[in-house]
Design a protein around this ligand. Structure first.
Ligand code: COA
Length: 297
């Protein structure tokens, strides 16, 4: 689908994306690149990075792949330094690296819980922490009037509770909290905007294939108020909006892009029954003698 944004809105900008070589992260890399940004992608798997970089370059995007694990602080430091070496500065950090698997809480070892917290929550904080000196107003290659932008990819799992996702729910709750705290502190001190995106079920992603077997997907679609799964493109467009000047006053928000799924509940009454019932109750209460409490009607 064609982007509704102008092709040069990120001209001259540099973005680093963790987990930017595959899935949602790769689509965000592509769209930021198509709109003018130079792209550095960080990931653990060299082969994934290599093929992502050559695909980005074939689209005319300046791109580099940097091997590293967000759980390792030295990797974070090295990858950020390499980004600066390649492109001279950093304007946008997107934390898209994540780990996930379905598991009942009773079968999850504390180390399994910790692993996901380490990737999603600690990894996000580490990348933000190490990127600060490059992103802040007046940092290397930055102009002195504006700071950079951070986007943290989150989820909606923890808005209520999600079956067999205790580790990821806890990890993403921490990510949202990090987003708000950094928006407050770094927005104030360094003019850095920090926002999140919480995707719903997005087709053709590891998230969906790991968490929902094929036969569950159709059922899942029926539960989305818009009756369809999201596309990676939808998440990338949300990212573009947040990093562009259109989002210049948005700070500390996690934008939910899920077709309304997290709000969805089964209807407990058919719509026609609600209309009938509501009229009867309203008429009864209007005609009630004065002095009788409505609770007794
Ligand atoms: N069920 C239960 N526990 C699991 C598990 C599963 N499916 N997969 C991993 N674990 C546990 C392991 O048993 C281990 O705990 P233990 O030492 O107590 O046994 C712990 O998690 C670490 O596992 P390990 O395989 O060593 O971790 P890793 O660092 O190699 O891989 C994962 C990290 C597990 C998150 C892996 O799924 C991954 O790399 N994911 C990245 C891609 C991804 O998930 N994308 C989807 C994004 S939505």
């Amino acid at each position: 689908m064609e982007s509704p944004f102008k092709a040069d809105i990120l001209k001259g900008k540099v973005a680093l994306l963790t987990g930017g070589g595959s899935g949602i992260g790769y689509e965000i890399s592509t769209q930021l690149g198509k709109h003018g940004a130079s792209i550095a992608i960080m990931g653990r798997r060299k082969n994934v990075l290599d093929s992502a970089v050559s695909a980005l370059r074939s689209l005319g995007i300046q791109a580099v792949g940097l091997e590293g694990d967000v759980r390792n602080q030295d990797d974070a430091v090295r990858v950020l330094e390499s980004t600066i070496k390649h492109f001279g500065k950093l304007d946008i950090l997107v934390n898209a690296a994540a780990g996930n698997f379905l598991v009942p809480a009773e079968d999850l070892s504390p180390n399994g819980f910790r692993t996901v917290i380490d990737i999603d929550s600690v990894g996000t904080f580490t990348m933000c922490h190490e990127a600060l000196k490059y992103l802040k107003r007046g940092g290397p290659g930055q102009d002195s009037s504006r700071g950079g932008i951070i986007i943290n990819i989150s989820a909606t799992l923890h808005y209520t509770a999600t079956w067999y996702q205790i580790h990821v729910s806890a990890a993403k709750a921490a990510v949202d909290s990090i987003t708000r705290s950094l928006a407050l502190e770094w927005g104030t001190d360094y003019d850095i905007r920090v926002n999140g995106i919480a995707p719903g079920p997005i087709e053709d992603t590891a998230g969906v294939s790991k968490l929902a077997p094929d036969d569950m997907l159709k059922e899942m679609e029926q539960n989305v108020p818009l009756y369809k799964m999201g596309e990676k493109w939808d998440i990338a467009m949300a990212a573009l909006y947040l990093v562009s000047d259109a989002g210049k006053y948005i700070n500390g928000t996690t934008l939910v892009v899920d077709g309304g799924l997290w709000l969805s509940r089964p209807r407990h009454l058919p719509k026609e029954a609600v209309k009938q019932l509501s009229r009867v109750v309203e008429t009864r209460s209007r005609n009630a003698p004065v002095g009788i409490p409505k609770s007794r009607l």
